[in-house]
Every structure is written in structure tokens, then in C-alpha cells.
Design a protein around this ligand. Structure first.
Ligand code: PEP
Ligand code: CO
Length: 447
């Protein structure tokens, strides 16, 4: 890591870096990056600062973060239906959580830029041949042949335009009335076959609708109920692009990444002396840091200090992802070690819970996901720390990628609609049910 003074958007280039593609033509890459630098940013700095201020409230328990979306966004899903469905499920989950937790929910999508993936191996074997792995639509094609898997810098340009188009439509939906709570989008509870559960979920939805009518009768600002805030995030993995999205903002005398409101650093790229931490320590956006079982609490403190030397509230969110039954071994020490270092505590109950079926399909079990949430929540309660957020891989579509939930998806049914190019996501009904269950676990007065 270089000294604070010597930070520049490109100072990461001198340090060892993980999980990057190697492009055949440096000049082709540079031409794309130069073009992107001339284009307008995706977001405005004021939005980033507003999010940071809201995250400061998640630290004290006055609000709660719901972060969610695809594992890997795909260019082909940049269309009206897919974006609408993603926004709908995130809005419904946030309303359920807001009602259950009795606090404002900060909505953050893994969207409008979640195109780059870290992978555990560089190569995979397809039909007896070794080919490079898929690293996300921003880097190569999912098509399984050596030519299609070559990193193509033009994909970075495409990613920029797909991000712009996605975010533009999100802004239209959230500001134009789609999110209007007077006419909540249809709540689809058909998936619940278990009668007592169905009655319970229907009761919650009914209560929410009742609460809205009550607020209206009190004269709550129409506008407040008609529009919602929605923030974007992605993993800050492909540093040449992140550097191109970085701008100095004189009003704040600071550099910002204006490609997303917040970015997170993956579990595989958080080396204290590596390129990613070097890049991220120089930008003023709020940041997430994924923390898995291989982490050492001493490193995490050092990273948090590097990312947030002034101890700004809301600046860093620690997202623990140990796996169901494993949080007990790691999380209490981390919480203890972090005392005095300001962070928002969040959990990602997805990335520690990947399993393979007998048929070799990558999946996750709904009960493991809920199990890690419950376990982590109990640890935070015991330690006296505040869980300020939750992070899911999900989609608003009826995919069959995760097992379980009230819809009862079995391992044999996964092939019916298995769409993801990377990790398995909760589908519409599993996501909504997860929101019901988390809001029951976290309701005021519980524990
Ligand atoms: C992800 O969130 O998509 C991811 C790869 O997570 P992690 O870095 O926690 O493995
Ligand atoms: Co993932």
C-alpha cells in the first residue's frame, strides 16, 4: 500500500492484483477505457453521500440495508420485464422488512454493473477440452468454447451502456409511479401450500396494506408514498473499469467512483497489500467488504483502517459469509476485534452455502440460507452488536436454482428453469418468503 498522499486512481497498477483477465491487445483495452472516461457518469455524487448518511443510521440500528440481485448480471436480461421483476421483488421485500423491523429500509441492488465475477479456477474442462472459465459478461462470453471465452475489451463498453440503460429504467420505475405504495404490485402468495404459513403471510400483507391506508388518512405526503430510493452496487473487481469511472469532485475535495453508489470488495481480492485495497482506499463511496472463513480479524481491522482512516460512520459495511453452522467459529472473534472500529454489520448467507447435487448442479438450500441468518443474528444479539443489513443473490423470476422454501423446489426440479450463469439465486417466492421470515426473526421485542 502506498502512502495516503501518493494515491491516484491508477496507483493500484503498481501492486499485485488477483482475478483479472489478460487481454490480448493492451491498446484495444486502452481505447475502450479512454472512450468511457469521456462519457457521463452513471450517478451523482450527492446520491452517494446520501447513501453514506443512511448507512450511518444502519450502524446505529435506526435503519436496515437490503442488498440483493443477481450473482452475475447478464446483458440479455437488460430488458423491461427482467428489470421490472427485480425491482418488484426488492420493493416488496423492503416493504415487508420495513413493516416487520419498524425501521426504514435502504434498498441496494446488485444491479446496473454487476458484470464481473471472481472465479475459483482459471480453466474448466468442457467436452474433454480445457477452456478459460466464464468471468462475467463484461469480460467474456458464457458460450463454452475457447474463442468465446477470450477476454474482449469491447465488452467493457457494452457493460457501460447496459448499466446506463438498466439504471435509466430503474430511475423511471422508482420515480414514475411503479413503486407507488397506494397501488402495490400484486403480491403473489400462491406458492405457499402450507395453510398456517399462508394465513400468516397473508395477514402480514393485509396489515401492510392497512398501514398504507392509515398513513394516507393521516395526510402523509403523497410524494413519499409514490417514489422510493433505490441504490446500485456491484463488486469492484475489474479495476481498469473502476479507475475509468473515478472522478475528482471539487465540492467534496475527494475522488468518487461514479459508476455505482456503493461497491464491495470480494472475499478473494481483499489482500491488504494488493491492488484492490489500494484502489478502494482512495475513493469516498461507501464500501462493502466480504469476510469469509479464511479471514484473520487482524487483517480485517487493518483493511478497515486503510479504507476508512477517519472512522467515518457508514463508510464500511462488513458482510460476513461463513456458511450455515460456521458463523459461530468466526463471527464472535471478529465482532470482538472490531470493537471501536465503526462498521455496518451485514450478512451474506449465500456464498458460504454453495452445494452440489448428485447430478453435479450448483445449488443452495433455503434452510441453510435461513440458518446462517438465524445463527449470525443470535451471535450479534449475544455480542451486543447491531445487525444492520442483509445481502442476497436473488431474482424476481420463477427460476429453479435454490432448493426448498414453501414452493418446495427439489434437487430433481432444478433443471426446470436453471438460468444463472454463476451462482444459484433465490427466486421470487423464495425471496419473498425469506423477507417474511427475516422480518419475524428481527421484529422489535424478539430477543
Ligand atoms: C459475490 O458476492 O458475488 C461473491 C463472489 O462473493 P464473495 O466475494 O463473498 O465470494
Ligand atoms: Co455469487
Amino acid at each position: 500500500m502506498s502512502t495516503a498522499k501518493s494515491w491516484q486512481p491508477d496507483s493500484w497498477r503498481k501492486l499485485p492484483i488477483k482475478q483479472q483477465p489478460s487481454y490480448e491487445s493492451e491498446s484495444a483495452l486502452n481505447a475502450v477505457l479512454a472512450d468511457i472516461k469521456k462519457m457521463p457518469p452513471l450517478i451523482f455524487v450527492g446520491e452517494v453521500e446520501r447513501l453514506k448518511a443512511q448507512l450511518a443510521k444502519a450502524m446505529t440500528g435506526e435503519s436496515f440495508v437490503l442488498q440483493g440481485g443477481d450473482c452475475a448480471e447478464r446483458f440479455q436480461d437488460c430488458n423491461r420485464e427482467a428489470i421490472t421483476q427485480k425491482l418488484k421483488i426488492m420493493l416488496q421485500m423492503s416493504v415487508v422488512l420495513c413493516y416487520g423491523l419498524r425501521k426504514p429500509i435502504i434498498r441496494v441492488g446488485r444491479i446496473a454493473g454487476q458484470y464481473a465475477k471472481p472465479r475459483s479456477a482459471d480453466l474448466e474442462t468442457v467436452d474433454g477440452k480445457e477452456i478459460p472459465v466464464y468471468r462475467g459478461d463484461i469480460i467474456n462470453s458464457f458460450e463454452a468454447n475457447a474463442e468465446a471465452r477470450k477476454p474482449d475489451p469491447n465488452r467493457i463498453r457494452q457493460a457501460y451502456f447496459h448499466s446506463i440503460a438498466t439504471l435509466n429504467y430503474i430511475r423511471a420505475l422508482t420515480k414514475g409511479g411503479f413503486a407507488d405504495l397506494h397501488h402495490p404490485q400484486s403480491w403473489d402468495l400462491k406458492f405457499v401450500s402450507n395453510a398456517p404459513k399462508k394465513i400468516e403471510y397473508e395477514r402480514i400483507v393485509h396489515n401492510i396494506q392497512d398501514a398504507i391506508v392509515f398513513m394516507e388518512s393521516l395526510g402523509t405526503h403523497e410524494e413519499k408514498l409514490a417514489t422510493v430510493e433505490f441504490y446500485t452496487s456491484h463488486e469492484g473487481l475489474l479495476l481498469p473499469l473502476e479507475e475509468a469511472m473515478t472522478q475528482y469532485v471539487p465540492e467534496y475535495d475527494a475522488y468518487y467512483n461514479l459508476g455505482a453508489h456503493t461497491l464491495w470488495i470480494g472475499d478473494r481480492t481483499r489482500q491488504l497489500d494488493g491492488a484492490h485495497i489500494e484502489y478502494f482506499r482512495g475513493i469516498a463511496n461507501p464500501l462493502g467488504l466480504k469476510v469469509g472463513p479464511s479471514s484473520d480479524p487482524r487483517d480485517i481491522i487493518a483493511i478497515c483502517k486503510a479504507l476508512n482512516p477517519r472512522g467515518e460512520a457508514g463508510k464500511v459495511t462488513l458482510i460476513s459469509r461463513y456458511g450455515n453452522g460456521k458463523a459461530g467459529k468466526h463471527l464472535p472473534q471478529l465482532i470482538e476485534a472490531m470493537k471501536g472500529t465503526p462498521v455496518v454489520w451485514s450478512i451474506d448467507p449465500m456464498h458460504g452455502n454453495a452445494i452440489k447435487t448428485d447430478a453435479g448442479t450448483k445449488t443452495r438450500n433455503f434452510d441453510d440460507i435461513l440458518g446462517e441468518v438465524t445463527e449470525s443474528l443470535n451471535i450479534h444479539k449475544t455480542a451486543g452488536s447491531k445487525l444492520g443489513g442483509i445481502h442476497f443473490e436473488l431474482t424476481g423470476d420463477d427460476v429453479t436454482e435454490c432448493i426448498g422454501g414453501s414452493a418446495g423446489i427439489t434437487a430433481d426440479e432444478l433443471s426446470h428453469n436453471y438460468e444463472t450463469y454463476c451462482d444459484p439465486r433465490l427466486n421470487y417466492s423464495q425471496s419473498l418468503e425469506m423477507a417474511f421470515l427475516v422480518s419475524q426473526l428481527m421484529a422489535p421485542g424478539k430477543g
